[in-house]
Design a binder for this molecule. Structure first.
Ligand code: NDP
Length: 290
């Protein structure tokens, strides 16, 4: 018998975006229109779609979105110059450089050049450090969205066995820290893990962020577990598929996210939330200085 509650990421994200509109209106009425600058270098088709979607989502929320599309041959120095300008622009509260960048550009130097105060992706070492020490300013969007989804299940993370599969800087590592901050007992698995199945079987919460279609089998999932599937894999004949065998996992999980319609919509919603948070903070600082 299927027992899982399907977590409606799309619906939750839409609600968040609706709520955000009010905050944007209030802030705009006080003279600060939240502004997000999105920088795209080159012509990666997937990145172009992401950037377009982010721009549209901003517009709908009343956030000013400025897109900078740079030629694939743009030098690192040119990109750094643009970031410097955006750092100094008072109408911009968030800066996002779409990854991946072309090979001739050093990604880390670019991420570190973004002002930590405008780092809506939360990738600057300052914000990573704040997250590690338990004083987050900007939390990265996908993990922040995942925590929101878990919150909606009503499951208390305190003392729970939480498993993160994947250790990337953008998903695996930060979500592990956030789960830890909520007092879960956190395990991180990766490509060298010897017995992933055992780890999954023990977990009350599973976060799958790997990028391998349906690698986590449905019958591995502990009865009643919360399963958050971050994976987005395009499989011929099947369309988009997650890292978890969703259909079978539904028999064991207590709560599970679908792909698509789970984590994906939350990532964009959280980018908007981070931008508005930033604009509110900057407005507050300006008001105190005046
Ligand atoms: P990365 O490729 O950066 O990291 C993948 C991780 O999975 C690595 O840590 C890797 O281990 C681990 N891994 C690979 N193979 C295995 C395996 N067989 N067993 C256990 N672990 C394994 O991916 P991202 O974190 O950037 O993304 C993960 C997935 O999430 C992708 O499908 C991506 O498209 C999706 N994604 C979705 C987002 C959304 O908004 N929904 C946002 C971001 C990503 P190792 O470190 O040892 O190599």
């Amino acid at each position: 018998m299927i027992m899982a509650n399907i977590i409606d990421g799309k619906g939750i994200a839409l609600k968040l975006r609706e709520e955000l509109k009010t905050r944007v209106e209030e802030l705009s009425a006080k003279g600060t229109v939240p502004g997000l600058a999105v920088v795209l270098v080159g012509e990666d088709p997937a990145s172009e779609v992401y950037v377009r979607n982010k721009g549209r989502a901003c517009e709908k929320a009343g956030i000013k979105s400025v897109q900078h599309t740079l030629d694939k041959d743009t030098t690192q120095a040119q990109l750094l110059e643009l970031i410097k300008e955006l750092n100094a622009d008072h109408e911009i509260h968030g800066i996002l450089v779409q990854l991946p960048l072309p090979d001739h550009i050093d990604e880390q130097s670019i991420l570190e050049a973004i002002s930590p105060n405008k780092d809506v992706d939360g990738f600057h070492p300052f914000n990573v450090g704040r997250l590690i020490t338990g004083n987050p300013v900007f939390e990265p969007c996908t993990p922040r969205g995942i925590m929101k989804l878990i919150e909606t299940t009503g499951v208390d993370l305190k003392g729970k066995e939480a498993l993160v599969v994947g250790r990337s800087n953008i998903v695996g590592k930060p979500i592990a820290l956030m789960l830890l901050a909520k007092h879960a007992t956190v395990t991180i698995c990766h490509s060298r893990t010897r017995d992933l199945e055992h780890a999954v079987r023990m977990a009350d919460v599973v976060i799958a962020a790997v990028g391998v279609p349906e690698m986590i089998k449905g019958d591995w999932i502990k009865l009643g577990a919360v399963v958050i599937d971050v994976g987005i894999n395009r499989v011929e004949g099947q369309g988009l598929v997650g890292d978890v065998d969703f259909e079978k996992a539904c028999f064991n999980a207590g709560h599970i996210t679908p792909v698509p319609g789970g984590v994906g919509p939350m990532t964009i919603a959280m980018l908007l939330v981070n931008t508005v948070d930033s604009a509110e903070r900057m407005h507050e600082t300006k008001a105190q200085e005046a």
